[in-house]
Design a binder for this molecule. Structure first.
Ligand code: NAD
Length: 304
């Protein structure tokens, strides 16, 4: 297989001053991309801390690569527009957008303030939306774009105490599903990374023996594939400790209950068959489900 190169490509990596974003930015630069290292320089809770992007830019330059720092808050459209303009002024294109910036404000739902819920949605879901929205016209004009959302097992599978984060992280999966469809005709591919790694975000959450094998650098090869020329689209790639796995959403064939048979009791009685995984399929879009259901009902009524 030919080597993956990003020569001539321009990448924006958000939250790249630390952790996974830093590793992704270094990986992209090492293979030739010019990289905008974005970071607001905040604490894990999203509070003011120290600027972080410049040090990563220095690392990239020291290794012979090209990079610029930008301190935009990903959820601020004006700051993001400035970042996009600076990338275009310097390098004339943007090919790759890695939405990685993130914070945590964990609490059980019972104790969660709505302001903490909103803030986490604002950074993860609105941040990914704002940065991708600013890049979208550029990617469409170029007829080339590779976009990655960063999700989490906390959203895909659930994690106690992370209702805000889980909702945001599943939100970006919905965003990917639609953007993959809308971007396809302009050669824009949109994927999702669901990482698990030892960073400051997880250092207090995971046992030391797990942290030891979960280095961020083990995830970056997966990210680099998802933003490469031959990337897939609409993939959720789980990654951690060098293991890569795909998460998929399936729908079971289902059970048809019509007329007098369509009662809550009948749904309860049929639940085991509704739930039965045999013959389950991934659907290409929302109307595939509508067509499947309508066709089945129409056939049963002798209408088709
Ligand atoms: P990290 O805290 O090391 O890095 C996150 C970076 O994002 C920080 O440098 C921070 O300053 C920056 N940031 C925060 N808010 C920002 C904003 N509004 N604008 C710009 N930059 C901002 O965390 P990490 O573990 O490297 O996480 C990276 C991404 O991976 C996050 O989206 C996180 O939710 C996700 N993730 C991480 C894990 C894990 O195990 N570490 C698991 C699942 C998902």
């Amino acid at each position: 297989m030919a080597g993956i190169s990003f020569e001539g490509r321009v990448a924006i990596v958000t939250g790249a001053g630390a952790g996974l974003g830093r590793s992704h930015a270094l990986g992209l630069a090492e293979r030739g991309a010019k990289v905008v290292v974005n970071d607001l320089g905040v604490s894990t809770a999203g509070e003011a801390a120290a600027p972080a992007a410049e040090a990563v830019v220095e690392e990239i330059r020291a290794a012979g690569g090209e990079a610029m720092a930008h301190g935009a808050d990903v959820s601020d459209a004006a700051q993001v527009a400035d970042m996009m303009a600076q990338a275009m002024n310097a390098w004339g294109r943007v090919d790759i957008v890695v939405n990685n910036a993130g914070i945590l404000r964990d609490k059980t739902f019972a104790k969660m303030d709505l302001s903490d819920f909103r803030k986490v949605i604002e950074v993860h879901l609105m941040g990914a939306t704002t940065v991708t929205h600013a890049a979208w016209p550029i990617l469409r004009d170029q007829k080339y774009g590779r976009v990655v959302m960063t999700s989490s097992a906390s959203g895909i599978y659930g994690n106690f105490g992370q209702s805000n984060y889980g909702a945001a992280k599943m939100g970006v999966v919905g965003l990917m599903n639609v953007l993959a469809l809308e971007g396809a005709r302009d050669n824009i591919r949109v994927n999702t990374l669901a990482p698990t790694a030892a960073t400051r975000m997880t250092e207090d959450l995971l046992p030391p023996e797990a942290l030891e094998v979960l280095e961020p650098e083990a995830i970056t090869p997966g990210l680099l594939y998802l933003v490469s020329e031959d990337a897939p689209t609409r993939t959720i790639l789980g990654a951690g400790a060098g293991v890569f796995a795909q998460t998929r959403i399936y729908e079971t064939p289902g059970v048809l209950l019509q007329g007098e048979d369509n009662t809550p009791e009948a749904v309860a009685a049929a639940f085991e068959r509704i739930h039965d995984a045999q013959g389950q399929r991934e659907l290409p879009d929302a109307f595939a489900q509508t067509r499947k259901f309508a066709r089945r009902a129409a056939e049963a009524k002798g209408l088709s």
